[in-house]
Design a protein around this ligand. Sequence first.
Ligand code: ATP
Ligand code: MG
Length: 440
Amino acid sequence: MRIVLPDKVKFLIEKLNQYGYEAYAVGGCVRDSLLMQKPKDWDITTSALPAQIKKVFPHTVDTGIAHGTVTVLLGREGFEVTTYRIDGEYEDARHPKDVFFTSNLYEDLKRRDFTINAMAYNDSGGLVDAFDGIGDLRKGVIRCVGDAEERFSEDALRMLRAVRFAAQLGFGIDKRTAEAIKKRSRTIQLVSAERICAELVKLLISNHPEQLLKAYETGLTSVFLPEFDDMMQTKQNHPHHCLTVGMHTVETIRHVPPQKTLRLAALFHDIAKPKCRTTDENGIHHFRGHPLKGEEMTGQIMRRLKFDNDTIRHVCKLVRYHDDNPPLSAGSIRRALNRAGQDAYPALFALKRADILSQSTFERESKLAYVDEYEKIYHDIIQKKECFTVQDLAVNGSDLIAAGMRQGKEIGETLGKLLELVLEDPAQNTKENLLEHVIK
Ligand code: ATP
Ligand code: MG
């Protein structure tokens, strides 16, 4: 088994060898190389202690020195070089509370989460695979190194990582590993929101986001995203739908491009449906007000999961307007743009299409045609640089004051009225014309 190491990685390993230390590429980069995928980064594991690593290389940064990690700079590139170690209990961060250095590679591989992540490689030693990671790569399974329950009791986040890797690689989860997750799923509550959030995002933007269902089946979402479980348990008796809210949501996630905000918006777009469901006299379900209530719930959930404010704002907006269907006239669409703000576009179209494709086929063609036309008119408005916000008006507050209006809330009200005028007819947006209106 040969892996082609980048020159810089070869250099790092050879240099450490020259000083009498062992060194290997390890973890994700070995896994990805064996899968013929390009690794995101190359991590090195070595028998050298941090102080010794720093003596070998002139340019280093103490990224995680207490845990044995030194970043070695080669030109503009940084490589994490970590001493062989045995981990104590994990705490909130991504590092264990205490670590013990060892000179035995096997001990280091043993502390790693899954067999496919516990392989090391260098050109002289070849592949070091103590736990049949290669067999699991071939079979396509995520399996814990050692006893799954024990490994999850050391660090509960590994349960969600198992699902995340399954989603990224399109793998199954080994039976005993999956059973251990089921048994210990409640303990995911011990893990910090930040770590959960990072794994959830990786899962969502992966090639197989439908594996979120595995997090549901094993009981993980019931702890960190119980609102998803509510969606899974909410039926929709309606001609436009054939799936539960939860299954419809998973389909919608699959149908939007793998971008963070879009996948999150798809996850949350119907989050309030379980709370908003009513049943009419014919037994048909309705979900009135779910976009607005959904915006509120999305904000609460995302704050709980410690997302950054920018992402929260953007996702909330998409949730709020996902079901906004203005009449297909330029005026109405300029008003829609004014309501949602331009930064909701064109993401909103991707979300709307995915939503439609995840509903029943009832009226699907006409619903898609509506979005096409909506988008066409939108592009036209943008291309012509037509006004759809107060800031785009040909007059501002100072102009009104200069024209003789008194300072105060009247100014804002007047600008609002002028905007109404211009939203309907962009040709009206000249300073002369607007001031004339004000005087009248
Ligand atoms: P990615 O492509 O997402 O970076 P990766 O395999 O490199 O995948 P990292 O989170 O960067 O994953 O971790 C690097 C390596 O460290 C893993 O391959 C694994 O061997 C080990 N590791 C990371 N987190 C844990 C953990 N919580 N428990 C045990 N081992 C872990
Ligand atoms: Mg990595």
